[in-house]
Design a protein. Structure first.
Length: 253
């Protein structure tokens, strides 16, 4: 008979010890903060790159419809809007707008510090916003008085002043400004109020258009109140003054 050798327990193969799975350690608070800051930086960089691209693009391409115009088109069922080049705008219109909204347009880099100081002393921000700031608000941002918008406006305005010429800033301003309810741009305004093209505006007509800029929904350039007529006379005189003292040289050929 064949003898079977009893297998000793020691001779049996021992099972491999199980490896304990390392528990995933939760990221440290500082690590999480770095991740958040990294993504925040990337987001801000992307926004800055987008605005930089748009500023370069709109230095020679007419800006399309903006947020405010879109909201008014939705509310009213449509708007009047027609872009015209600087050469097709009567020179007196540019001078009238500058005299009405920003007499020191040629002498500042986007912010009229003297007007800002005067507004602060009077406890009001009326008259402190330059044409450059209004262009930035109208083209790139939204309406309202939030601190976020004001901060973005403060950052973008010097960039626009750096890249665009003064003539380009004024050209865009006159093409996007609201001159009446649902009436945007000087060409649409000239047709709406006087049935003429922007290049054919007279000094009186240009002054009246400039006079309604602060309150275009309530004031009319073709049927002006006595107050609007008074404002228009002031702007006519102002346009002549800035032409005489050289404050229109930066945007006139």
């Amino acid at each position: 008979m064949t003898e079977k050798t009893a297998e000793k327990p020691a001779d049996r193969a021992k099972p491999a010890p199980r490896r304990r799975k390392a528990k995933a350690e939760a990221p440290a608070p500082r690590s999480r903060l770095r991740v958040v800051l990294r993504w925040l930086g990337r987001g801000l960089g992307a926004v800055a790159a987008l605005y930089g691209f748009l500023i370069l693009l709109f230095s020679f391409v007419p800006p399309p419809i903006n947020l405010y115009q879109m909201s008014e088109a939705w509310r009213l069922g449509g708007i009047e809007k027609d872009w015209v080049a600087w050469e097709d705008i009567a020179p007196v219109m540019g001078r009238s707008a500058v005299a009405a909204e920003d007499a020191n347009f040629c002498n500042h880099w986007g912010f009229d510090m003297a007007a800002i100081r005067e507004a602060i002393e009077q406890g009001s921000n009326r008259g402190a916003s330059t044409i450059s700031q209004q262009v930035v608000k109208n083209v790139f941002l939204w309406q309202g008085r939030s601190w976020v918008r004001k901060a973005m406006e403060a950052v973008l305005t010097p960039m626009v002043e750096l890249v665009w010429s003064k003539q380009r800033i004024l050209e865009v301003y006159l093409n996007v400004a609201e001159f009446g309810e649902g009436v945007f741009g000087v060409q649409a305004a000239a047709q709406h109020y006087f049935k003429v093209d922007a290049k054919d505006l007279t000094a009186v007509q240009a002054a009246r258009l400039a006079a309604v800029l602060p309150n275009p929904k309530e004031w009319s350039a073709s049927k002006p109140s006595s107050y609007v007529r008074s404002r228009a006379r002031t702007h006519m005189s102002g346009a002549e003054t800035i032409a005489a003292d050289g404050r229109s040289a930066c945007f006139e050929d």
